[in-house]
Design a protein around this ligand. Structure first.
Ligand code: NAP
Length: 251
């Protein structure tokens, strides 16, 4: 076991499937008690909890729309009252819309910002004061390479993820002295249902320009998240680690 998260309490937003589910599985396998948040996929979240508990873990599912502040607060309160004080928050819930500049409107813009940006803020604010008071906490935000480079076909999404990168940087500095570490992961293309509506030829072109010549797997993101939650990354603060098969290279 690379990390021992025994007795740590983790909340993973959007963990009914995809990257969030992979993170929940990994944290549970390393001993953490895990709150699996979902918005609509009740059966899948409950199935995930059954799977984790059957494997010897302690998990629970909580329905909450993270873009609603009171629901985000209730999510954290429910997790805390059943599992204990929150050690790890993984802000993973997010949506992705592909649309050219003349195809998207104000409604799509606000929907993306509400979930991808406000949701990260609401959940972080619901945990941070208790983390500061305890002198321990780890927050990992799932950004995207879209937040690091131009995405003319996904302007709202790219802007939302750039906001997550900026939020991570600033909150990371604000809380570091209290031993609350905030970092982010910026994945490239990862094989999940978020890509279900994307044109396959377009995805193939993206894979072709990826030096590794493949799509990433949710487990690979989960491994980086576990690293950032662990003490192995103790001197890493406010950073966004890129996981894109070489497609994006930061200076
Ligand atoms: P996914 O398979 O579509 O899963 C999205 C998850 O987010 C689901 O569990 C969904 O819950 C949840 N969710 C959506 N809106 C929510 C809300 N308002 N409140 C609570 N939960 C909500 O997507 P994914 O690929 O795993 O993406 C996870 C994160 O990684 C996102 O932030 C995404 O932007 C980021 N990312 C993904 C890729 C990629 O290529 N896959 C690349 C870079 C970054 P329900 O099932 O209940 O709706």
């Amino acid at each position: 076991m690379p990390y021992d998260f025994t007795n740590k309490v983790a909340v993973v937003t959007g963990a009914s499937r995809g990257i969030g589910l992979a993170v929940a599985r990994q944290l549970s396998a390393y001993g953490a008690k895990v709150c699996v948040n979902y918005k609509s996929s009740k059966e899948r979240a409950e199935e995930a909890v059954r799977e984790l508990n059957t494997a010897g873990g302690e998990a629970m599912a909580v329905q909450a729309d993270v873009s609603d502040q009171s629901q985000a607060q209730q999510l954290i309160q429910q997790a805390e009252s059943q599992l204990g004080p929150i050690d790890f928050l993984v802000n993973n819930a997010g949506i992705f819309d592909v649309a050219a500049h003349d195809e998207f409107d104000e409604q799509m813009w606000h929907r993306t910002m509400k979930i991808n940006v406000d949701g990260v803020f609401y959940c972080s604010w619901a945990v941070k004061d208790a983390m500061v008071a305890r002198g321990y906490g780890r927050i990992v935000n799932i950004a995207s390479i879209a937040g690091l480079e131009a995405k003319p076909y996904a302007i709202a999404y790219a802007t939302s993820k750039a906001a997550v990168v900026g939020f991570t940087r600033s909150l990371g500095q604000a809380l570091a002295a209290d031993n609350v570490r905030v970092n982010a992961v910026a994945p490239g293309l990862i094989d999940t249902e978020i890509l279900a509506d994307c044109d396959q030829a377009w995805l193939d072109r993206l894979i072709d320009i990826t030096p590794s010549k493949r799509i990433g797997q949710a487990d690979e993101v989960a491994r980086m998240v576990s690293f950032l939650l662990s003490d192995e990354s103790d001197f890493t603060v406010g950073q966004t680690l890129v996981l894109s098969g070489g497609r994006v290279n930061l200076p």
